[in-house]
Design a protein around this ligand. Structure first.
Ligand code: OOG
Ligand code: MG
Length: 258
């Protein structure tokens, strides 16, 4: 049974928090809801954004690396929905005004050319990919102090807030164990490997196909999928120049207004 009033109330709280750039207490402190409800709340938040003219462009995976699980104290894979309003121009300078307490993390992105639905093999996942790119993800929990339970973060669209994509490369590029460096003002801030993402980012895409289909939203051609942070995330601050470099894949840059 779904609890429509609960879903709508929670979606309104989270959507308003994002809008008004004001953090909110964890929903789980005052509302009882299941993981299923949490995904329904996430879908309802998305409906509100789509009603305002945003367009769905993709899906992001979360907690696919140990570093992320440990940092946030959540040990189950999650996913979220990406819209065009979250896409930031590579190399551009952004204002932090619309964010509550943004953090940034290094990622790998996939662009699908074919539909990917349900239980697929690694080979099927590879064949459905048009291109791969290095990426930066800005996460901005709508919860106070960036603290949440599994259900809380799922309801909050898995903290989705911004995405920067580097140049697309052929999916034949080896992705299994590439060095990943996220630097702040030219100094390494987080260092890792794509192997930290479930052993290989391809596994994250396989999981994305399964999880999205289980909610009746199979991955369609043209969809962008973020594989999940390869390292823990770091807080953004004014004036910062952030760069992600993924060995053999290239880089992506983002600047923050001073
Ligand atoms: C939740 C989002 C997790 C990732 O890449 O693991 C995530 C959070 O850390 O706030 O995006
Ligand atoms: Mg992420």
């Amino acid at each position: 049974m779904t609890h429509k009033p609960l879903i709508d109330t929670c979606a309104a709280i989270l959507d308003d928090a994002q809008h008004t750039v004001t953090s909110t207490p964890q929903l789980s402190a005052s509302h009882e809801f299941s993981l299923d409800d949490a995904y329904a709340i996430q879908a309802a938040v998305l409906e509100r954004r789509l009603a305002r003219g945003e367009r769905r462009v993709g899906m992001k995976m979360g907690f696919t690396s140990r570093a992320k699980m440990v940092q946030m104290g959540v040990s189950e894979m999650i996913w979220g929905r990406l819209t065009d309003a979250m896409m930031l121009e590579e190399g551009s300078s952004i204002s932090l005004e619309g964010f509550i307490h943004p953090r940034i993390e290094p990622e790998v992105a996939f662009l699908l050319k074919d539909r990917l639905e349900g239980d697929v093999t690694l080979l099927q996942a590879r064949r459905a990919v048009e291109a791969v790119a290095p990426a930066l993800e800005i996460i901005d929990s709508r919860y106070e102090n960036f603290k949440f339970s599994l259900e809380d973060v799922v309801a909050d669209n898995s903290s989705s807030a911004g995405v920067v994509l580097g140049r697309w490369s052929s999916p034949d590029t080896d992705l299994e164990n590439l060095g990943v460096v996220m630097s702040f003002d030219g100094e390494p801030e987080r260092i890792g490997s794509t192997a930290a993402i479930l052993g290989s980012p391809w596994r994250s895409l396989v999981a994305a196909a399964r999880l999205s289909a289980s909610r009746g939203e199979p991955l369609e051609p043209g969809t962008i999928v973020l594989a999940g942070g390869a390292t823990a995330a770091s807080y953004l601050r004014p004036g910062l120049h952030v760069r992600v470099e993924v060995e053999g894949l290239g880089r992506a840059d983002l600047k923050v207004d001073g």
